[in-house]
Design a protein around this ligand. Structure first.
Ligand code: AMP
Length: 403
């Protein structure tokens, strides 16, 4: 079975074609700057060793429909393709950012599902509209293939009211749907599943803290395989310190900024989403660069790393309390998978909680799942490379097999 996974942004289409029998991606690619004069389409064929043969095109892609059409042409191209005919694609899996409270799980897309995704646009005005565009375009190119929506928010729908309600007038929840939703669900779900496989235990018996540290960052508390709390909230701004996002701040901060600095709502939005986080603290949002500068003696970079890791450590403590018993802490995504320094800062002095990192194991640079705790550590500490596209393909296969 072959499944095409599509992640459509406002001016981009990320895609991967999976061979589900071999459980592998055959092709990965990205069409960027759609609608601009300088569009770029990067198409990579992955061989059996995971190495890629790459083709880059710089022809203008005027819209998403033309972009996906060109991607499909490449997929069936005699030199750059991996299939003979688009009918070999059994199903298309779509990343959809916000499913609100409408979706607890991935689902086959029909008219009702499209209406529900539209209803959730106010909750994700930048993401759901391009996701819908991707669905519409794929439906016209693959009229006979089932289309499946996999939601970033679905994994978090098991969070109980005590964790998802804000202490605000209740009507804001019932009428305006203001509550914690959480994001990165596909990644948290993928690494939780991979941890269960690695630990050879049913996911339903595991208590985990998953720590996704990429440009965006979030954590989830997973009890008996189900998410019971997460750091992102109504929007992806809440929680951890991120590349350019502040994460948790005093909710009165916007009043202070408006009254004392004369900032508009738009200014405050930009400040918290684009100019804060690591960038705000030390001027740099690429974690590699921050670490290099800190090592070279830059004090602000060092302090920024401490703020970043301290927030994570605080949530490890909070989620440990929420879970009562903890089997493993899992680090994933760009920073979580690659930065031994951040991992060691987040887990420092937690021996009393049963969390002890092995310095040497933590320093190892590998691409597979690895255990970095000392052998006597009560709680496992795992580094698991995330693969959101693979999870979307797995979910798509699962959903179409239920039909
Ligand atoms: P992602 O959003 O998962 O692609 O993660 C992007 C983040 O990972 C960026 O802040 C990168 O600086 C960071 N990153 C990637 N490689 C490393 C590394 N070797 N050490 C520290 N951070 C890294």
């Amino acid at each position: 079975m072959k499944i095409l996974v599509i992640n459509t942004g406002s001016s981009s289409i990320k895609y991967q074609l999976f061979d589900m029998n071999k459980k592998k991606a055959m092709v990965t690619g990205l069409a960027e700057k759609i609608g601009e004069d300088t569009s770029i389409l990067t198409h990579s064929i992955v061989d059996n060793n995971g190495d890629a043969r790459k083709k880059v095109e710089n022809n203008k892609i005027p819209d998403h429909a033309k972009g996906l059409k060109r991607i499909v042409e490449l997929l069936v191209d005699p030199e750059w393709g991996v299939i003979k005919n688009k009918s070999e694609i059994t199903a298309v899996g779509h990343r959809v950012v916000h499913g609100g409270e409408s979706f607890q799980s991935s689902t086959i897309i029909d008219e009702l599902v499209i209406s529900a995704i539209k209803e959730n646009i106010p909750l994700a005005p930048l993401h759901n509209p391009p996701n819908l565009k991707g669905i519409e375009v794929a439906q016209s190119i693959f009229p006979n293939a089932p289309q499946v929506a996999v939601f970033d928010t679905a994994f978090h729908q098991s969070i109980p009211p005590k964790a998802y309600l804000y202490a605000l007038p209740y009507k804001l929840y019932t009428k305006n749907r203001v509550r914690r939703y959480g994001f990165h669900g596909t990644s948290h779900a993928f690494v939780a599943g991979a941890a269960a496989e690695y630990l050879k235990k049913p996911l339903a018996k595991l208590n985990l803290i998953t720590v996704h540290l990429g440009n965006g960052a979030s954590m989830a508390a997973v009890k008996n395989g189900k998410c019971v709390d997460t750091t992102m909230g109504l929007t992806p701004l809440e929680g951890l310190v991120m590349g350019t996002r502040s994460g948790d701040v005093d909710p009165a901060l916007p009043f202070f900024l408006a009254e004392n600095l004369n900032m508009s709502l738009k200014d405050i939005d930009r400040l918290l989403n684009k100019e804060s986080g690591m960038k705000g603290l030390c001027g740099i949002n690429d974690m590699r660069e921050v670490e290099e500068k800190a090592e070279a003696g830059d004090k602000r970079c060092k302090t920024a790393l401490e703020v970043y890791a301290y927030r994570i450590k605080k949530y490890i403590g909070a989620y440990y309390a929420a879970l009562a018993r903890l089997d493993a802490v899992i680090f994933t995504a760009g920073v979580g998978e690659n930065s031994s320094f951040i991992r060691s800062l987040c887990c420092s002095d937690l021996e009393e909680l049963g969390i002890s990192i092995d310095k040497q194991k933590n320093e190892q640079r590998r691409k597979d799942i690895r255990e970095i705790n000392i052998s006597s550590s009560k709680v496992k500490v795992l580094v698991i490379p995330t693969n959101e596209e693979k999870r979307i393909a797995q979910e798509t296969e699962r959903v179409i097999n239920l039909k």
